[in-house]
Write a protein that binds this ligand. Structure first.
Ligand code: S3P
Length: 174
């Protein structure tokens, strides 16, 4: 059977959730939208910062694997994946079975501006003294993982949500 779903991957604040919701609207009522982070929050009963603070990143990554197993089984779904999902190859292999994997990118400056607007407290991995440096370092280490996971890459810098959605629809041909 051909793939009928989309997994959006990318660093934090590249627009995965915004674009995911817009894709769901564009594709109509047959499609649902989910966020792996939201599934984790519901599964564990704690916010993401609380999980990091009380149980640590390694435990969060275990929860992320579980969330990934759940969403990878769904059909006609748009998945917004947590930024670190690519750190575990098994996550991507699972998602790839029924999902076109679309990478959203943005410049470090754009990511920093967007993330700061929402507050660094909501994002434990950059909640450090110098979030911009943290973003640049993490982007550099993760870039090969993002690129090798992606079926298709969309640079979101200075693009409207509508044009990003159309680029993705043209690629997946739903
Ligand atoms: C993370 C990104 C976050 C969230 C967690 C870890 C990461 O999701 O899963 O804070 O490691 O990049 P978003 O990409 O939705 O911010």
């Amino acid at each position: 059977m051909s793939k009928d779903s989309i997994a959006l991957i990318g660093f934090m604040a590249t627009g995965k959730s915004t674009v995911g919701k817009a894709l769901k609207e564009r594709l109509g009522k047959d499609y649902e939208f989910v966020e792996t982070d939201q599934i984790i929050v519901e599964m564990v009963g704690k916010s993401i910062p609380k999980i990091f603070a009380e149980e640590g990143e390694a435990k969060f990554r275990d929860y992320e694997v579980e969330a990934c197993k759940k969403v990878a089984r769904l059909r006609k779904i748009i998945i917004s994946c947590g930024g670190g999902i690519i750190l575990n190859k098994a996550n991507i292999e699972r998602l790839r079975q029924n999902n076109h994997i679309i990478l959203l990118t943005a410049t470090p400056k754009e990511i920093f501006n967007r993330a700061m607007r929402e507050g660094k407290e909501s994002r434990p991995i950059i909640n450090k003294k110098n979030p911009f440096k943290e973003i640049k370092n993490l982007l550099q280490t993760r870039e090969p993982f993002y690129n090798s996971s992606a079926d298709f890459i969309v640079d979101t810098t200075e693009k409207s949500i509508d044009s990003i959605v159309e680029e993705i629809i043209l690629y997946v041909k739903f």
